[in-house]
Write a protein that binds this ligand. Structure first.
Ligand SMILES: Cc1ncc(COP(=O)(O)O)c(C=O)c1O
Length: 416
């Protein structure tokens, strides 16, 4: 069994108090706290080994370059990519998804484009109503830009995707299906195997937003057979401003860079610039190499635990939270996928979600309130906002019980 008490000692922030109460951090879906190993790595790089990568002949630059490329290898092996050239470091899932969206749109807008992967006028992109804004707004922008259509597959009252509607939306003009591995509101894990096969049968690419999924259960992109996979490092116990994009090599080879600048060129003249090989073609400017090395460290830290034990622990927290919250009168939980990730979003009749969040905060309990950057999902649930408790490896049953007690207290207070 997972030794959660020992794991907690790895996280200095978990021993602090908020308003003289022990911190209970249940906003892990927004961002996770950092283990000492990551904090110390970043600190030590800034103190002892800091020089811009891929640019210098000097020791610091060379060493940092080696560590950066080692971090890429760690990410590659963690997500199951075939080659490090298929792993592009970005500032997070949002940047990863924008990269793909703008690159495909650029191809579609080029006068001489005949590429079958270009997003061209008259094409469509299929997304779902349970996407985070990061996997919806970039597609909305580029579809408008090129004159393509964005289609949104709905979900039902249990928070499950309507697979028939989704299938009906994918046609011969669908360039890409943008789908989450796990909803950050409902916790739903769509049937990716089926969706990817369905999209590929019709010649569409698939981009999977792995932000929540990669943390809870991981990924094997090769087995999944997605074309692109995006995730953020900060939700994976890694540093802020880190993340990666996986793309199948033959696709990345065809795609133009999203941003131009240093480090992504092979040669530059007044007339023409040629691009560096993968993955640097997509890494313009000074990369967040300290962050990427920190992300590699977070992945190594996580690798010491048995994924089955982590999943069992998080599932226990999810069930305990769901069971406890359900006893509160007027409380509705959104998302009932049997395989959902450890996220519980809820509203309470007659009580505003912000008010609940504020009372919980005064008890030292951090939860998310609002639309969770997923307004289409709120629309689908017919609410303006929700409270969300999202669990991580370091949370305990006692913390979940405190959450339930705190919500009950808040509701009693606020209803009077
Ligand atoms: C499912 C999902 N996708 C995308 C994102 C965006 O991540 P970031 O803001 O780190 O780019 C989030 C963040 O909450 C998320 O939960």
């Amino acid at each position: 069994m997972l030794d959660v008490e020992t794991i907690r000692t790895d996280f200095p922030i978990l021993s602090r108090e908020i308003y003289s109460r022990p911190l209970i951090y249940l906003d892990n879906g927004a961002t996770a706290q950092k283990p000492l190993r990551v904090i110390e790595r970043i600190d030590s790089l800034h103190r002892n080994l800091y020089g811009n990568i891929h640019r210098g002949v000097h020791y610091l630059s060379q060493e940092c370059t080696t560590l950066y490329e080692q971090a890429r290898e760690r990410v590659r092996s963690f997500i199951g990519a075939a080659s490090p050239q298929e792993v592009i470091f970005t500032s997070g899932a949002t940047a990863s998804i924008n990269l793909v969206a703008y690159s495909l749109a650029q191809m579609g807008l080029a006068r001489d484009s005949t590429s079958p992967i270009a997003l061209s006028p008259g094409d469509n992109v299929v997304a779902t109503q349970m996407e985070h804004h990061s996997n919806f707004v970039p597609w909305q922008i580029v579809c408008r830009m090129v004159g393509a259509e964005l289609r949104m597959a709905p979900f039902d009252e249990r928070g499950m995707l309507d697979m028939e509607r989704l299938e009906a939306m994918i046609d011969g003009r669908t360039r890409l299906v943008a789908i989450t591995q796990a909803s950050n509101v409902l916790g739903t894990r769509p049937d990716l195997e089926r969706i990817i096969a369905m999209a590929h049968r019709r010649g569409a690419l698939v981009l999977v937003d792995g932000c929540q999924g990669v943390v809870h259960g991981g990924v094997d992109v090769a087995a999944m057979d997605c074309d692109f996979y995006a995730f953020s490092g900060h939700k994976l116990y890694g540093p802020t401003g880190t993340g990666a994009l996986y793309g199948k090599r033959e696709l990345l080879e065809q795609m133009p860079p999203f941003m131009g600048g240093g480090d992504m060129v092979e040669s530059v003249s007044l007339e023409k610039t040629t691009w560096a090989n993968l993955p640097l073609k997509f890494e313009a400017g000074t990369a967040n190499f300290v962050g990427a090395i920190g992300l590699g460290e977070a992945i190594e830290w996580l690798a010491q635990f048995d994924p089955v034990e982590v999943a069992t622990h998080e599932q226990m927290l999810l069930e305990r939270a769901t069971g406890g919250l359900t006893t509160i009168e007027g409380l509705t939980i959104y998302g009932h996928d049997l395989h959902k990730c450890p996220i519980v979003s809820f509203t309470v009749e007659g009580v505003h979600h912000y008010d609940i969040g504020m009372v919980l905060d005064k008890l030292g309990i951090a939860v998310r309130t609002g639309t969770h950057c997923a307004e289409p999902t709120m629309l689908g649930c017919r609410v303006e906002g929700m409270c969300r408790a999202s669990m991580a490896i370091y949370n305990t049953a006692a913390e979940v019980d405190a959450l339930v007690k705190g919500v009950a207290l808040a509701v009693n207070m606020l209803r009077q």
